[in-house]
Design a protein around this ligand. Sequence first.
Ligand code: 13P
Ligand code: SF4
Length: 336
Amino acid sequence: MSAVAIKNAKEQLFDNGFLDLEVDPTLDLIKEIKKLKKQKNAVLLAHYYQDSEIQDIADYIGDSLGLSQQAASTKADMIVFAGVHFMAETAKILSPSKKVILPDLKAGCSLADSCPAPLFKKFKEKYPDHVVVSYINCTAELKTLTDICCTSTNALHIINSIPKDKGIIFAPDKNLGKYLIKKTGRDLVLWNGACMVHEVFSREKISKLVRQNPDAEFIAHPECEPHILAKADFIGSTTGLLNYTKSSDSKKFIVATESGILHQMEKHSPNKIFIPAPPNNSCACNDCPHMKRNTLEKLYLALKYELPEIILPNSVLKKGRACIDRMLDISANAGL
Ligand code: 13P
Ligand code: SF4
């Protein structure tokens, strides 16, 4: 993670003198959160990988692109981010004058952590003429070393916007990178990073499930490994997958991404069946442990005390912004 002290909500609250941290178990947390949001003119942004109860009280639910667009355009005084650290950092970079709160600062990201900025800086020096495209799932510090950001929704458009004769470094997700190489025919230099959640799926178990459900379509997020993507009937970002399940005539889907998105799929298509793709062990590993650190209780405390706050050095705020602005411009021009 980047240049902020990593402390969880309770540690920060303790540091700030709030010692009565036991939340009254009889409190109607949803009612209190709604009340606090209104009182403080705060907007609650939630990623699709949040628990359903958090999705249901959010002002906006979306994927990484949608959340960045919301963070850039909101009129609220405060952004409360039910997501992970890099997302809240991105919101702070896009709205530096607003207070940005992440209910648990330990909500990190294995993919962002797989690409420490000092190591990447050395790696980048080997390719001085290359354009650096970084998946938005990276630290704010890495964004300062990046020319254009991308998300899984716009990655193809971003790569295609770069002149064909220009070399490209793509970081940090090697699986999304390999997918982009396949789709664009470009020779990207890849950083060797990955998401722990999207690398957990078992090809054997998925094949068995597909055989048992011949009427189901198998759909997958491009952060999955190539041998999983090779079996997919459709590949897309979180929003892409959701939209596909709405428009497809199929009545059953096997879904290879974080399980939180199933809540919206079920809400939008109540007559369809959604089966989470099985991981290669028996635990619920396609739940992102970082995303799932957010709880209603932490959201309530974060709104009440306006902590833990995302603070970034001015140099990071300034240098990290250009690559996100470029991404938002290219996305807007592509109608995304
Ligand atoms: P998208 O939101 O771009 O689908 O990315 C998924 C993800 O892993 C977010 O952490
Ligand atoms: Fe990071 Fe993967 Fe969790 Fe997304 S799902 S926050 S990429 S660890």
